[in-house]
Ligand binder design. Structure first.
Ligand SMILES: [Zn+2]
Length: 416
């Protein structure tokens, strides 16, 4: 799909500045994903923004097309608390154990986490006696961390914050999970990491892997706060432009398939691992260094929308009631792009009390407490956060009592 925008000039690539002319996926107009609507605002006007992803033909950075933002997306009432997901907590605990051993971290080390949220991860380093510092832009999540005894600075990360932090301390381990893809100015973010890293320090970052998005058709992971869709190759180019070098990588199952990259200063002595060179080669073999691969993807997205609608129409025609479970960003992308509202889905549930008594943006599907499933006994429960569907199927196993069934994308939407 080639971009058709009339006379509008092509916007510049967020990394290399080349004009962006090629469309990866165009999901039309969509409300901002985590902008759940309080019940008393149900009759108010709601803002919708273009949700279109472009690919740079020069550096292959897959990125959101610019859109007008009338207010900052990360507000003080931003409702995402990492500690509400038990599988994410386990993942974080294993990571801290692994890093303490691999890097030999102890009482004289410094760990810095970017986008440290409510201290969900740093708490494990803190318990092990390793000094930590969190950087978190949303005040209410940062306050939860501070209350747990995790030193946290309320700030966005970039060169300016990095200079101030580096005047006090530099990191032996500088980490950021699910933040690199969420920053609008990726150059400023990575340049800041260079400043805050000790000469022999290590950076680790986790982000959803673009190769998995394409292979497993995960277009619903596209939303307005998710600016970049990252491959190992492109992240390597971005880091190299700032004097940093990727030397190792792990492939993780989180978020449908993520990478954990390891980076160091250019001149540091870490040797490149076989996993790193192998992945670079596999991405090339999969066509990620060829713009045509990206252009072909848009057609699959459109076909998938038709399949999802066929599936839901058949369930409804057979007389089934359908409830959702979860209120994640990917659910909003799916429901809004497909035009699925209360005509298909009666309600959804979320364990996060900050999301309850709200409506999903755009579709206005009500968000209830998880107890609503047992009270209302829906025939089908559509698991919107498909990345944790096994965990949710265990939690909700009780629906089998009344013959309830689960539906989830895997990668096609189907029954379980
Ligand atoms: Zn570029």
């Amino acid at each position: 799909m080639v971009r058709v925008v009339g006379a509008a000039p092509a916007p510049p690539c967020r990394f290399c500045g080349a004009p962006l002319r090629d469309v990866f996926a165009d999901l039309g107009m969509s409300p901002v994903a985590n902008d759940n609507v309080p019940l008393e605002r149900a009759s108010a006007m709601e803002p919708f923004f273009p949700l279109c992803v472009l690919v740079c033909g020069s550096c292959f950075l897959v990125q959101l097309a610019p859109y007008e933002t009338p207010k900052p997306i990360f507000r003080d009432d931003y409702a995402y608390f990492s500690s509400y997901s038990s599988s994410w907590l386990q993942h974080s605990r294993r990571y801290t154990e692994q890093m303490i051993e691999r890097l030999g971290l102890g009482p004289s080390s410094q760990v810095i986490e970017l986008a440290s949220n409510d201290g969900y991860l740093l708490q494990y380093f803190h318990e092990a006696g390793v000094p930590v510092l969190g950087i978190e832009p949303t005040a209410n999540t940062a306050q939860v961390a501070i209350d747990k005894g995790i030193p946290t600075r309320v700030d966005f990360w970039g060169v300016q914050t990095a200079r101030e932090v580096a005047a006090e301390t530099q990191a032996d381990l500088l980490l950021g999970n699910n933040v690199l893809a969420h920053v609008p100015d990726i150059n400023d973010f990575v340049a800041g990491m260079k400043l805050a890293l000790k000469p022999g320090g290590v950076i680790t970052m986790e982000f959803p892997h673009l190769l998995k998005l394409i292979e497993l058709n995960q277009w619903d992971t596209i939303y307005h706060e998710h600016y970049s869709y990252l491959s190992f190759g492109t992240v390597g180019r971005v880091f190299a432009a700032h004097g940093l070098r990727l030397f190792d990588v792990e492939e993780l199952a989180t978020h449908g398939g993520s990478l954990r990259i390891y980076a160091c200063h250019d001149e540091a002595s870490f040797e490149e691992s076989a996993a790193a060179s192998d992945l670079r080669e596999r991405e090339r073999a999969a066509g990620l260094e060829d713009v045509q691969t990206y252009l072909d993807y848009g057609r699959r997205v459109v076909a998938d929308k038709r399949q999802i609608l066929r599936f839901l129409v058949e369930l409804k025609d057979a007389g089934n009631s359908i409830a959702g479970y979860g209120a994640p960003a990917k659910g909003n992308t799916l429901l809004n792009y497909c035009g699925v509202g209360r005509d298909f889905i009666d309600f959804t549930c979320d364990a996060n009390p900050h999301k309850q008594r709200h409506l999903l943006p755009g579709t206005h599907i009500p968000i209830l407490a998880p107890e609503a499933i047992a009270e209302r006994r829906p025939d089908v429960v559509l698991l919107l956060p498909w990345n944790i569907k096994e965990e949710l199927m265990d939690q909700l196993a009780g629906i089998r009592e009344w013959g309830g069934r689960f539906a989830a994308r895997a990668p096609e939407l189907r029954l379980f």
